[in-house]
Design a protein around this ligand. Structure first.
Ligand code: 26W
Length: 820
C-alpha cells in the first residue's frame, strides 16, 4: 500500500522542509497559500516515483497507447483528488490536524484548473481518472490556455466575466518538458519539389510562420494502483528571440509576427458551449495542439518500432467532438510528407487510427470552416482534405449513382465549407454517440446517410462520471455510510453500491441517509451564506439546476415555474406549500445575450421573492456565483431534486444528472439524453418524468406544427406567467427589461420560429411533476427510500464502465501493471 509512504512524521517534515525551501519561512510565518504549495510538493514527491514506475512499465511492456485528443480538460482541483487516489487522504488530514492545519482550508487555496466549458471537458477529466484507475496506457492531449474558463461575478444581477489567471501562483503539479518541443507551421504556400534521390515529388510548405509547442505534463493518479498517467497540455513559444537573431537577418517583421502568434494562440479558452463561431484563432488552436500531439505520438512510436505501416497497432486517437478533427489530415501529412508513404498506405493507417465521438446534435454547434480561411491558414492540410473529399465522393457516386442529394449531405467540402464532422466520420474507424437515445438520433436523423453507408462504424458509449471525485471526495459522509454497509468495493467497482438497495425500506437507514443529506445541506447553506449573503433553510427542499446556461437546457422554464408558484402563493397565502430552495449555477457564454438575460431574470426573481416577507420564506431563489468543479462537489452532495429539463432530443447525454443520482437526488426531467437510462436503472417511480418525447419534438420540428400562441391564449396560468415578464413585477416597473425573453416565446426576431425549445408546450406537465415532487417529499420515508435507491442504482453511470466499453469495442488496449 502506498499509505506506507505517507508515514505521518515523514510527511509532516516534508511539508516543513518545503515551506523552508520554497519561501525561507517556518510554518508559523507561512501563509495558507504557501502551506498549500508546500503540501502539494510533498504529495508530488510520492507521485513522481509512481510516474517514473509507470513510464518504465510502459517502456518495458510496449502496450498500445490511447491518445485522448481534446480542446478541453475540466480537471478541477488536484490536491484533494490526488490524495484520494493515493488512498492517503485521511492520513494526510490527520497529519495536518496534528500540525494545527486544516486540509479542507488548504484545498480551498487551489484555483480550479478550468480548461474547459462544461460537459465535454469534464467528461474528458473523468475519463482520464478512469483510464489511470483501470491501468490503461493513455495520454490526454490538450492546450495549456493561459486563461481558462472566465470567473463569473454577479453584479446587480448581471453576469460579469473576469479573467481566470489560474497560473498566477504557479501550478505545483505540472512539469515542463522542453526537450519534447515540436514546431507547428501556419500559412505560406505549398511548393512541389522533385527529389532526385527518391525520384518523388515532395510537398514543401514555404514562407510559413511557425511556433514552438512546448509540452507540460500533469500527473493523472490512478486509484490505489501506483499507475500515474499523463495529461500533456501544450504551451506556445516563439521559435526564436526576435529581438536578436532576426533583426540581423533583416526579417524583423516576420519575427514580430511569430512572437505575436505564439502569444495569442494559447491565450484563452473560447467560452462557447454548443455554439460554433468560425474564428481563425480557434482553428489555429486546433491545429496547434493536434500537430504537436500527432508529431509526438509518431515520434514516440518510432522510438520502439521501425515499421510505420503498423502504427495503428500501437496508437489510437480518440477525437473529443470535431474540434481535434484536423488530426486526420495531419496524420496523413506526416505519413506521406515526412514518412514517405503513398496515399493508399497512409489512408489505411489513418482510418485505422482515428475515432470520433459526437457530443451534440445542435445545428449551431456543428463546425464548418470556410474554405478560404482554412486553405490560407493550413495550405498543405487543405490539399489533403480536398483529396480526401475527391476520393470519398467517387465512392458516394459509385454507391448512389445520380443521387446528388447524397453528395450535398455527405461531401466533406461543400458550398465553400469544410464540414468537420463529415471529415471525422470519413477519416476514422468509429463514430460514437454518448447515450442510447443520442446515438439513435445520430443514426436515424443527423448522420443517417453516413450510417446507411458505413453502419459498422457506428456505436454508442453512454457517458459516465468518476465516483472517486463525486462521491468519495465530494460527499465523505455518504461515502463512509455506503462503505460501512456495502464495503469499499464500490470505489473501483461502482455496481457494488447496489447492495445498499437492501436498506431502502429500513427505517433506521432511511433516517441516517436523510441525516447525511441534511448535514450536506447545512454545509451548502453555509457556503451560500458566505458567498451570496442569503439565508436558506436546510429543512426546505433543495431543488437544483447547475449546468451551462443554454436555451435548450431551459433554465428559463425553471424560473418561469418559480414565478408561477410565487404568484399562486401571493394570491393564496395559505395554500399547502412545502418550503423550497431553488438553486441555480450557470455560466453564459460571454456573447450569448439571451442566456445572460435569463441569468438576470433568475436574480431579479430572487430579489423579489427572497425579500417578500408575506410568503414567509417559503420560496428562496439562489444563484450560485461562478459554478465550477470545486463548488459542484458541495452542490451535488446537498441536492434533493436534480433538474434535468432540456427539450427532449437536445441534450446528448448530460453528466450532471449522473452526479446527482449518485448522491441520492431524485431526477426531475424529460426523457432526454442519459435521463432515459437513469430511469431505466432506478425505475420511473423513483424519478419525476414529464414533457414531450424526443419523437414528438422532432415531429413538431419537421412539420412546423407547433403553435406556442395557442398555449398563451388558452391557458390562463401560462398567460399570466408569460405576461409577468413584461409587467415590470420583477424589474422595478421596467417593462422592457425582459421583453426579449417574452418575444422569444411568442414573436422571435432572431429565430426561425417562436419558442424553439417548446417551453410553453411542456410548462404544465413540468408544473404537475413539481407537484408530485412536493407530495413525495412530504412523505419522508417514501422520499428517503427513493433517494437510497437512486444511489444504489447509479452503478451503470461510472466512467469506469464507459472506459471499459471504449476499450472493448473501439480501442482494444491492454492493461499495464505497475505495482508488483
Ligand atoms: C464549436 C463550439 C462547441 C463547443 C463545445 C461545440 C460543441 C461543444 C461541446 C461538444 C458541447 C458539449 O459539451 N456537449 C456536451 O457533451 C457532454 C459530454 O458528452 C454531454 O453530456 C452533454 O449532453 C453535451 O451537451
Amino acid at each position: 500500500m502506498l499509505n506506507a509512504e505517507f508515514n505521518k512524521e515523514t510527511f509532516k517534515n516534508s511539508v516543513k522542509e518545503n515551506v523552508k525551501m520554497l519561501y525561507r519561512k517556518n510554518l508559523e510565518e507561512a501563509s495558507q497559500q504557501e502551506i498549500y504549495q508546500a503540501v502539494c510538493y510533498a504529495v508530488k514527491d510520492v507521485i513522481i516515483d509512481n510516474w517514473l514506475k509507470t513510464q518504465k512499465a510502459m517502456d518495458e511492456q510496449d502496450p498500445k497507447i490511447l491518445y485522448y485528443m481534446s480542446m478541453e480538460f475540466l480537471m478541477g482541483r488536484a490536491l484533494g483528488n490526488n490524495l484520494i487516489n493515493l488512498t492517503a487522504y485521511k492520513q494526510v488530514q490527520e497529519a495536518l490536524d496534528e500540525m494545527g492545519l486544516n486540509l479542507n482550508l488548504l484545498e480551498d487555496q487551489e484555483r480550479d484548473p478550468a480548461l474547459g466549458n462544461g460537459g465535454l471537458g469534464r467528461l474528458a477529466a473523468c475519463f482520464l481518472d478512469s483510464l489511470a484507475t483501470l491501468g490503461y496506457p493513455a495520454y490526454g492531449c490538450g492546450i495549456r490556455y493561459k486563461y481558462g474558463m472566465f470567473k463569473q461575478q454577479i453584479r446587480d444581477g448581471y453576469q460579469v466575466e473576469v479573467p481566470d489567471n489560474w497560473l498566477k501562483h504557479g501550478y505545483p503539479f505540472e512539469l515542463k518538458r522542453p526537450e519534447y518541443a515540436k514546431e507547428v507551421k501556419f500559412g505560406g504556400y505549398v511548393a512541389q519539389e522533385y527529389d532526385e534521390t527518391t525520384g518523388r515529388v515532395n510537398f514543401v510548405q514555404k514562407d510559413y510562420q511557425s511556433v514552438n509547442a512546448i509540452p507540460y505534463d500533469m500527473p493523472i493518479v490512478g486509484y490505489d494502483n501506483d499507475v500515474v498517467n499523463t495529461l500533456t497540455i501544450w504551451d506556445a513559444e516563439a521559435i526564436q528571440d526576435f529581438s536578436l537573431d532576426s533583426f540581423d537577418k533583416g526579417d524583423y517583421h516576420k519575427a514580430v509576427e511569430q512572437e505575436n502568434l505564439a502569444k495569442t494562440i494559447v491565450e484563452v479558452l473560447y467560452p462557447n458551449d454548443n455554439h460554433y463561431e468560425g474564428k481563425e484563432l480557434r482553428l489555429k488552436q486546433q491545429y496547434f495542439f493536434i500537430s504537436a500531439s500527432v508529431q509526438r505520438a509518431v515520434a514516440k512510436y518510432k522510438k520502439h518500432h521501425d515499421d510505420i505501416i503498423k502504427l495503428y497497432e500501437k496508437v489510437t486517437f480518440q477525437l473529443n467532438d470535431t474540434h481535434p478533427t484536423v488530426a486526420v489530415p495531419e496524420l496523413m501529412r506526416i505519413l506521406m510528407d515526412v514518412e514517405g508513404l503513398g496515399w493508399d498506405e497512409a489512408w489505411e493507417i489513418t482510418t485505422k487510427t482515428c475515432a470520433y465521438t459526437n457530443h451534440t446534435i445542435m445545428a449551431e454547434a456543428l463546425e464548418k470552416w470556410p474554405v478560404d480561411l482554412f486553405s490560407r491558414l493550413l495550405p498543405r492540410i487543405y490539399q489533403i482534405v480536398e483529396e480526401i473529399n475527391r476520393r470519398f465522393l467517387i465512392q458516394v457516386r459509385e454507391q448512389y449513382p445520380g443521387d446528388e442529394e447524397k453528395v450535398r449531405q455527405m461531401a466533406v467540402i461543400y458550398d465553400g465549407q469544410v464540414h468537420m464532422a463529415r471529415l471525422a466520420i470519413v477519416g476514422g474507424y468509429s463514430v460514437n454517440g454518448v447515450a442510447k437515445l443520442h446515438t439513435e438520433i445520430l443514426k436515424k436523423q443527423t448522420l443517417k446517410d453516413f450510417y446507411e453507408m458505413t453502419p459498422e462504424k457506428f456505436n454508442n458509449k453512454t457517458n459516465g462520471i468518476t465516483q472517486r471525485r463525486f462521491l468519495l471526495h465530494g460527499n465523505p459522509l455518504l461515502a463512509d455510510w455506503v462503505t460501512e454497509y456495502a464495503g469499499n468495493g464500490w470505489i473501483t467497482d461502482l455496481p457494488k453500491i447496489k447492495k445498499i438497495a437492501e436498506l431502502a425500506d429500513d427505517t433506521q437507514a432511511q433516517k441516517e441517509f436523510m441525516e447525511i443529506k441534511h448535514k450536506n445541506k447545512v454545509r451548502l447553506a453555509k457556503y451560500i451564506k458566505e458567498h451570496n449573503g442569503i439565508d436558506v433553510d436546510p429543512n426546505s427542499i433543495f431543488d437544483v439546476q447547475v449546468k451551462r446556461l443554454h436555451e435548450y437546457k431551459r433554465q428559463f422554464m425553471n424560473i418561469l415555474h418559480i414565478m408561477y408558484l410565487y404568484d399562486r402563493l401571493k394570491k393564496n397565502p395559505d395554500m399547502p406549500f412545502y418550503p423550497r430552495t431553488f438553486i441555480f449555477g450557470a455560466k453564459a457564454s460571454a456573447g450569448y445575450e439571451r442566456a445572460k438575460a435569463i441569468i438576470k431574470l433568475i436574480n431579479s426573481v430572487g430579489d423579489v421573492v427572497n425579500n417578500d416577507p408575506t410568503i414567509k420564506g417559503k420560496i428562496k431563489v439562489v444563484f450560485i456565483e461562478d459554478y465550477r468543479v470545486s463548488n459542484a462537489e458541495l452542490i451535488f452532495a446537498a441536492a434533493d431534486v436534480s433538474e434535468q429539463i432540456s427539450t427532449a432530443s437536445k441534450e446528448a447525454s448530460g453528466t450532471g444528472n449522473m452526479k446527482f443520482m449518485l448522491n441520492g437526488a431524485l431526477t426531475l426531467g424529460t426523457m432526454d439524453g442519459a435521463n432515459v437510462e437513469i430511469v431505466e436503472e432506478v425505475g420511473k417511480e423513483n424519478a419525476f418524468i414529464f414533457g414531450l418525447s424526443a419523437d414528438q419534438v422532432i415531429e413538431y420540428e419537421n412539420n412546423y406544427t407547433y403553435d406556442p400562441m395557442s398555449y398563451f391564449i388558452h391557458d390562463q396560468d401560462i398567460h399570466n406567467v408569460v405576461m409577468d415578464l413584461i409587467s415590470g413585477r420583477y424589474s422595478n416597473g421596467d417593462t422592457m427589461m425582459f421583453r426579449d425573453l417574452y418575444d422569444s416565446l411568442l414573436t422571435p426576431k432572431n429565430a426561425p420560429r417562436p419558442d424553439m425549445y417548446f417551453t410553453l408546450a411542456d410548462f404544465k406537465s413540468y408544473a404537475a411533476a413539481q407537484e408530485r415532487v412536493e407530495d413525495k417529499y412530504r412523505n419522508t420515508s417514501a422520499w428517503a427510500r427513493s433517494a437510497i435507491l437512486n444511489t444504489a442504482h447509479s452503478g451503470k453511470f461510472t466512467s469506469d464502465r464507459t472506459i471499459q466499453q471504449y476499450v472493448d469495442d473501439i480501442w482494444h488496449l491492454d492493461k499495464i501493471t505497475v505495482r508488483k
